[in-house]
Design a protein around this ligand. Sequence first.
Ligand SMILES: Cc1cc2nc3c(=O)[nH]c(=O)nc-3n(C[C@H](O)[C@H](O)[C@H](O)COP(=O)(O)OP(=O)(O)OC[C@H]3O[C@@H](n4cnc5c(N)ncnc54)[C@H](O)[C@@H]3O)c2cc1C
Length: 598
Amino acid sequence: MRQTLDFLLFDWLRAGDLTMRERFAEHSAETFAAVLDTCERIAREKFAPFNRLADTEEPRFDGERVHLPQSTHEATQAYAESGMLAAAQDYDVGGMQLPCVIEMAGNAFFSKASVAMGGYAMLTSGNANLIMAHGTPLQREVFARNEFAGRWFGTMCLSEPQAGSSLSDVATRAELEDEADPLGPRYRLMGHKMWISAGEHEITENIVHLVLAKIPGPDGRPVPGTKGISLFIVPKKLVDERAELTGERNDVVLAGLNHKLGYRGTTNCLLNFGEGRFTPLGRKGAVGYLVGRPGDGLRCMFHMMNEARIGVGLGAVMLGYAGYEASLEYAKQRPQGRPMTAAGKDAASPQRPIIEHADVRRMLLAQKSYVEGGLALELYCARLVDELHTGDDAAGAQALLDVLIPIAKSWPSEWCLEANSLAIQVLGGYGYTRDFPVEQYWRDQRLNMIHEGTHGIQALDLLGRKVVQQGGASLAALAARVQQTIERAIHTDWAPQANQLAAALAQVGGATKKAWSTGEPEEALANATPYLQAFGHTVLAWLWLDVALSVQGEGDFAQGKRAAARYFFAYELPRIDAWLAVVARREPLCREIRAEWL
Ligand SMILES: Cc1cc2nc3c(=O)[nH]c(=O)nc-3n(C[C@H](O)[C@H](O)[C@H](O)COP(=O)(O)OP(=O)(O)OC[C@H]3O[C@@H](n4cnc5c(N)ncnc54)[C@H](O)[C@@H]3O)c2cc1C
């Protein structure tokens, strides 16, 4: 994986050029490589050996405290000490001022080694970055700085039992108590938050929850819709302006842990706010400090959405990678079956390793095309985030990101799950047991189509908003970029693939128009998920062609990349015909079928 990562980063995306920008001027190819080396080493030593333990010894709640394996404490502390919690932040707040693409690449090692143990740190980083972007100077100093230092960890509390995809139905209430608290306007929060990852643990002395809640309107009732939602910092233990614990426990408590299919090493919590179990500052109600303006909660929370969704996509890719490497290794060792010749099989001849069978190679090549293509997709998007923040065409980068982010989140969630399933298949019965790691990768992976916007919600976002916004400007920006690759490829050996890609692009454009030709959202969006699949496969075909064009030489590495690219065009891209057919004719079946028939 490291060779592919380095190739994509430094040869294909030319990440080294970023050091010419003022913000990254103190970096060099060597410092970037050193960051990757450090992450790779900590992931190998502190995370990977304990990934299975984090799964089998899942977090346990004894009614008072949550217990985690000691290795999770040690791994997360090692991560904190590496400085990666503040990787992209300014030097003057203790950060490393790394480009997004290098930060993401570094974090990829942890996702591959143990996605569940890495969850605590990833959430903390996202939480603290958000406070840096929207908090007051004191909130940054007290909360974000201590999170970057690894003294406290953070969470994101959006979901509630009755409000998952539909955050407008958030029911947690926030009532103003003291406008003038130095830590920010102080509110009391009451409500329940469901599915909160890392919501309780004793890895750090405190936990900084970022919570979405509604401030009641003048009639005393919550404002309907997303506009009424505000964002609050709710520390598990109260702190003062010098970031010292006051000794008072906030009124936020763990009601229970969820027991999950995978991702078991990260605690997942139902949290109760303001039930009166504790009475901070003399009364019940969870103390929370407003971040940003009232009603601005979702905007603040989604400010870092690009990075968060690329992070989920990259995590999915790395789980796919872990399965691919494990099954590749196994396929080289496992003897089974004999060559089929015109004269039949010679039962007296030795068995061949299963990697010699074309069908096993098909499964390995499929995985390779999904995980390496997915890695290219995520790094490309992370590089666009750097263009957005430090490049000279922020608007162009934004337009591309708008249409690519739903793909960055959803494509690896679906296809690297398929990769994990193929990894199990390569191992046969052994893959289905807990004696090999591939079943855990599949279970861990299964979350990714669910959180950070479900698959269906990503599809609605893409077809319902992103490809039609500003008269289709974002889609046109992507099409122009794809066209550039086609033009570079058309006079090379890759001309057949370039033509195939041009046809696919036209097909996506045509289906988009036909889906919306009646102007009825219900008709257009009934097949949004097949559209998402076709769009994603077209994007991946483009990236594979672009990667193939930049591969040099005839060695195994280069030939492997070319084979994966050819595989994608031969076996995967043709699938879009079926997906786009239902989109283009606005197939009414799923929309019209009666619930009683199901
Ligand atoms: C392990 C795990 C960790 C999580 N961590 C966190 C966390 O740290 N913080 C946090 O806030 N949340 C977290 N979540 C919550 C997660 O974000 C939600 O599960 C997700 O948003 C979906 O909400 P839901 O589970 O209520 O499903 P629902 O919203 O009920 O969706 C169920 C199904 O209906 C579909 N659906 C819903 N609405 C529509 C619609 N309008 N149109 C078409 N289809 C629709 C969905 O696509 C889905 O397939 C976590 C969840 C899990 C399982």
